[in-house]
Design a binder for this molecule. Sequence first.
Ligand code: IPE
Ligand code: IPE
Ligand code: MG
Length: 267
Amino acid sequence: MPPLGLTTLLNVPRSSLPRHVAMIMDGNGRWAKQRGRPRVFGHKYGAERVREIVEQAGQWGIEVLTLYAFSDENWNRPLDEVGVIMHLLEHYLRKERDELNRQNVQFRVIGDLSRLSPSLRKLIAETKELLSANSGLILNVAISYGARAEITRAMKMIASEVAAGRISKEQIDQQLVSSFLDTAGLPDPDLVIRTSGELRISNFLLWQSAYSEFYFAPVMWPDFTRDEFAKAIQHFGSRERRFGMTSAQVAQANSDSSTSVEGLRTC
Ligand code: IPE
Ligand code: IPE
Ligand code: MG
């Protein structure tokens, strides 16, 4: 069990905690520029922040934390910046995996891993293996990830299954589509946080965020502290999630122990 003291500090009842928080960690470059430093300096500090946020998410009892580390589109950045980010990803995993293990963290990766270097792929596989017996927070890192590419991959796989006669056209429903996405088996994100003040989704979890709450933090990622994280969670606790219904229906569903609002989600 996570320590309840930290949850109490949040001033949010456990039932109002998001199960799955997804983060668009944005603003590293601007953070560095504001300090007259090269962009890669921001990425370095950003990586430091990840450590703190992962630990905090686990302590609050959040089940899944998805971190958008590198998008499909980020491959178009200058080669040296891409190289530094890849190096930092390797460095983070190598340095943190024992500590993640100590924290009982599970590890997953989503995205097109075929574009990563063999050494990073190997490290990812080793880290998954090392943490495979854990039962705490699921740390899900989106690397070389783009939601449109993910959905396209899923469509191709489903088409192959139909062509091979293993799935009929009639069996294709929303649940089946979800099960072919990289996030298969994970709950949809309840809360998507984007730092840096940008108000866009940038090809992140397009299918899965259909009913997510969004929180846009005004700070750059390297300044996204535990306190900023707590603000986002507290905001989430004050939102009314209606899933297309009226407020009165939500109140009724919440008072009826047999039908929680969660149960009204489609996927
Ligand atoms: C987020 O920060 C990190 C990645 C996208 C890899 P940015 O590098 O996008 O920083 P800004 O948005 O340019 O400030
Ligand atoms: C989104 O940030 C991707 C990650 C945080 C990894 P970007 O900085 O790449 O997004 P845009 O280009 O501003 O939309
Ligand atoms: Mg950015």
